[in-house]
Every structure is written in structure tokens, then in C-alpha cells.
Design a protein around this ligand. Sequence first.
Ligand code: NDP
Length: 264
Amino acid sequence: MSRTILVTGGGTGIGRAVAHHFADLGDEVIVTGRRTGPLKETAAGRPGIRPLVCDHTDPRALGALLAELPARIDVLVNNAGGNTDLEPGADSEGDIDGGTDGGTDGVTGGGIDGGTGLAAYARAFRANLEANLISAVLTTEAVADRLAAGGAVVHIGSIAADQGAGSYGAAKAGLASWNVDLSRTLGPRDITANVVAPGYIAETDFFRDQLTDERRERLVAASAVGRAGSPADIAGTVAFLASPAARHITGQVLNVNGGTRTTR
Ligand code: NDP
């Protein structure tokens, strides 16, 4: 039976790969994002994919999105996000780092010089919380009543939640913590809730133009497998968590990082 899948941030990178993966399985997929162009590219030539513009940090935009969504959603993929410190013109919060190789404090060096510096620091910190935590929380809350039994919520977290990267890592860690509560809320309705935490994933817009060759090499070298992850690596894991094989997996963080960070 065809399912309905909502993929936030589906216009580029990991979100696009997730959308294509589910569409290839025969599911109906809705992709969202703030820019029309990338969403149209994701949907091009694929009648099973419907693009809808939405800023997932904005409750009013989410209200408008709800009016366009079907009454039943089988799988919600909270993928929208990224490190807002990397956006052009972002307020500096300190050590701007993608957070996938650890070793950054992300807290110092921001120049907290009286009220002005602190205000910029607050804006930068809140921007990452909004983009990565509040967006997923609001989206889940907005569609919660429409999630179907047997369905799944999958958030895209990050290795940065464990390795640290200032407000970005804190936001992704908060997402994993909040997901524990969510799994308990949705569990009785036979809906699972999990986090997929990628390491360094190439071929996305995540790093903007700020990833040097040297840093890319370091990120790859830090993995056990000696290669960057791909958006397809993450899409396959998301699809597994949304499959019948994963019905007893909930409240978990599934690391997909090529062995960059191992767990026991
Ligand atoms: P991309 O920048 O390619 O994708 C992010 C997508 O999210 C964009 O399509 C963007 O579209 C959308 N988006 C961002 N903010 C919002 C918003 N407020 N409302 C709606 N859509 C939004 O990067 P990735 O594919 O790499 O990132 C996907 C996820 O994976 C992110 O959550 C990121 O933090 C996570 N991640 C990525 C890693 C990597 O190495 N690439 C590592 C670990 C985690 P638009 O601007 O049009 O809104």
C-alpha cells in the first residue's frame, strides 16, 4: 500500500535523497522548504513528489501548510536544518564549525563585549535552536493528529550532538532528548520516533562554500571506512526506520557516520 511521507527540507541534499528513496518505493511524498526552485528540482519528472513551500520555524507557515496536507501522514521526516553559523551574513557565535569532526568549543571567541556582543551571540545561538530543534518540534506538533498507526517519525540529528559544535550541537542534542518524550507519547498509537545522526555527508549544501579540501580530508580520515557518507546512506537508514522491520525500534539515536564515532 502506498504511504504518505512528509520530508522537510526536501529541496536539497539529504532531504532530496530521502524523498527520491520513498518515491522509488512507490510512496506519495511531500517535500517542503523555504525556496521554490530546489523543491521543484526534487519533484521534476517524479509525479509522486509534491513540493510545498514552508518555513518550519514559523507557526503561521505551518498552519498554512496543514491546509495543503492530506488527513493521513504515515511518515514524517524532520530533516530541515543545518548549522546557521555557516549561513552568509550570520552573526558570529564563536568558532564557526560544521561540527562533524569535534574538537571545537563553539562558545569562546565570540567577542561578548557588553550588550551588543551578547545580543549578537544570543541571535546566533537562537538561530540554530530555531533551525534544528524548534522546527522539528513545531512540525511534529502540527501534524501529530494526522500521523497514522504503524507510522514513523524520523529526525535528522547529527554527530555534533555528541562531539560538540556550539549551538548547532546543542540543538541536535536537544532534538534527541526531546525525541525520548515523543517516542513515549506516540508509542501507544503504534508510531515510532527515532533520530538518525549522520557524520560528514558530502554532496549537500550543508557547508556552503566553507569546507576546505584539508578539512574534508580530515573528516574522511576520521572515519573507519575512509569515505564520506552520501545522502543515499542516510536515505536508506531513514527508510529502514520507517519499514515494518523496525517496528520495535523507537526512542533511539541511530548513528550513520562510517565509524567516525563508535558506541557500545
Ligand atoms: P542542505 O543544506 O543541503 O539541506 C538542508 C535543507 O533544509 C535545505 O533544503 C533547506 O532549504 C532546508 N531548510 C533549512 N531551514 C529550513 C526551514 N526553516 N524551513 C524549511 N526548510 C528549511 O544540507 P543537508 O542535506 O546536509 O542537511 C540536512 C540535515 O542533515 C540537516 O538537518 C543537517 O543539520 C543534517 N546533517 C548534515 C550533515 C552533513 O555533513 N551534510 C551532518 C549531520 C547532520 P531552504 O533553504 O530552501 O529552506
